[in-house]
Design a protein around this ligand. Structure first.
Ligand SMILES: [Zn+2]
Length: 187
């Protein structure tokens, strides 16, 4: 089932999300819905708060980047209760976008290598190291479960220039091809 994605300005996007346990109701179905919603919107990552659930879970599938980086071929995963243990290396810029902030893309600087601990969909504990685009996608999604958006990480002048556009997004004055919910839309 495709779930509506909540837009910039929705309070749940600013909350620090809660951990879940293996008994979380209908977890399997929720994960399937997360993937379906992400693919339908053409995204490479989707965090639970973006569909209105304040839990520490996100899904990724970097298949669209496969041509540039063949190592991303099977980078399809669910991260539950993740903790980024380490981020290292020289920060690099990458042009990020977000399904909750349609029509805006900006360069964001982040470190290239991360080590992350998380539970997979079977609640098996894992610890893995990622770099490059894979790390980048994880860092972006991890921010979502901490209540942080990529627009918080761009330089203040650029952010100021985006202010009007962001408030239009919150009102629903943006063209988007997937199902969304806008916090300030007047019906
Ligand atoms: Zn995002």
């Amino acid at each position: 089932m495709i779930l509506p994605i909540v837009a910039y300005g929705t309070p749940v996007l600013r909350k620090v999300a809660e951990e879940i346990d293996a008994d979380y109701p209908d977890l399997k179905e929720f994960i399937a819905n997360m993937y379906e919603t992400m693919y339908n919107a053409g995204g490479v990552g989707l965090a639970a708060p973006q569909v209105g659930k304040s839990i520490r879970l996100f899904v990724v599938d970097a298949a669209p980047f496969e041509e540039d980086e063949p190592s991303l071929k099977n980078f399809k995963k669910v991260f539950i209760n993740p903790i980024i243990l380490e981020e290292k290396g020289q920060e690099w810029k990458f042009n990020e976008g977000c399904l909750s902030i349609p029509g805006i893309r900006e360069d964001v600087s982040r470190k290239p290598t991360i080590t992350i601990e998380y539970f997979d969909e079977k609640f098996k504990l894992k610890e893995e190291t990622y770099e490059g685009i894979a790390a980048r996608i994880i860092q972006h999604e991890y921010d979502h479960i901490e209540g942080v958006l990529f627009t918080d990480r761009i330089n203040p002048l650029k952010r100021q220039l985006l202010k009007k556009k962001l408030s239009e997004i919150a009102k629903g004055n943006v063209e988007v091809k997937y199902k969304m919910r806008f916090p300030l839309k007047v019906k």
